[in-house]
Design a protein around this ligand. Structure first.
Ligand code: NCD
Length: 318
């Protein structure tokens, strides 16, 4: 596999597999394209013909509400034909290999695969086995990457904070299992955010995260102090081998985002969360529904970012 299998020889985006390794200008191009799609939801006719005649296959091997639905809406607004493979009823459940499933869908003239998979690297594997005209977009693989979530988070931050160059961003919670945290960290550092903090207990925020250029804080007060942006993350229980946490209520007591703790951050700080939120664990309802929360606007940015990514990759040659 080439060093950057997602970029063609002109440095253009052919597949979106990971934020890691994407240059700043590629991130900005996606965000600027997405910005142009932001007013779409208000139009009477919410469609453009950019993907007319193209077939987008949504392959979600893991559960999802927001990501799957917003990818589907995005593809439909671009006038693509969208197919949602029902994995529970597909032949994968009869033992068919991932690459055999993909080869069969290619025989049905797929142009773009949107892939969510429990195994880190699955979208890379697919991208390295597909013909040149087929594009792959990672919708979340294992604990590795969730690039469109990273991009929609950057759109949200740029919208509320304008400039990345003077920001302090605190990512709080289960970082070790979070593909969102990894994609956010790569995007924030590429876009020039000077202070990215990873905040949580030692078991969920290991010290080697420092190698990614972040400041590790095991103390919640130190982590939140003067932050401009607070990104709360869910405890990813499905990825924990067990024993990493005493209990969800203990986590809430030590690291939960309460209105009192949020006062340590800047007065105009925004609170983000990729969803699904677990109220009363990583954040209180008073924060989730409070005036600083931008959790629902994040979802709206998600549609525009996914429209941008689908339209860019579809028009990039090998
Ligand atoms: C995240 C995911 O699936 O990685 N959610 C999402 O895509 N909106 C985070 C999570 O599951 O906690």
């Amino acid at each position: 596999m080439a060093a950057h299998p997602q970029l063609n020889r002109h440095g253009e985006l052919r597949h979106l597999l990971s934020i890691e390794g994407l240059p700043r200008d590629v991130l900005l191009h996606i965000m600027d394209t997405a910005q142009g799609f932001m007013s779409f939801g208000e139009r009477e006719v919410k469609k453009v013909p950019l993907l007319r005649g193209k077939s987008v296959f949504n392959l979600f091997f893991e559960n999802s509400t927001r990501t799957r639905t917003t990818f589907e809406i995005a593809a439909q607004r671009l006038s693509a034909d969208v197919f949602n493979l029902d994995i529970q009823r597909s032949s994968t459940s009869k033992g068919e290999s991932l690459l055999d499933t993909i080869a069969n869908l290619e025989a049905m003239d797929a142009d773009i695969f949107v892939v969510r998979h429990g195994q880190s690297g699955a979208p890379f594997l697919i991208a390295s086995h597909t013909p040149e005209h087929v594009h792959v977009v990672n919708a979340g693989d294992g604990r590795h990457a969730h690039p469109t979530q990273g991009l929609l988070d950057m759109m949200t931050i740029r919208h509320y904070k304008r400039d990345f160059h003077a920001l302090t961003v605190a990512i709080v919670g289960d970082i070790v299992h979070s593909r969102v945290a990894r994609s956010d960290i790569h995007a924030l550092t590429t876009l020039g955010v000077p202070e990215v903090r990873a905040v949580g207990p030692k078991t969920l925020v290991p010290g080697d995260l420092r190698d990614m250029g972040v400041r590790v804080c095991h103390d919640i007060e130190e982590g939140l102090r003067d932050a401009d942006v607070v990104i709360a993350l869910r405890l990813q229980n499905e990825r924990m081998a067990g024993g990493l946490l005493p209990s969800a209520s203990e986590f809430h007591m030590m690291y939960g985002l309460t209105p009192e703790r949020l006062r340590l951050a800047r007065e105009d700080a925004i609170v983000m969360h990729p969803g699904p939120i677990n109220r009363g664990v990583e954040l209180d309802s008073a924060v989730a529904d409070g005036p600083q929360s931008v959790i629902l606007p994040q979802v709206r940015f998600g549609i525009a970012v996914r429209m941008a990514v689908l339209s860019i990759v579809a028009n990039t040659s090998a």
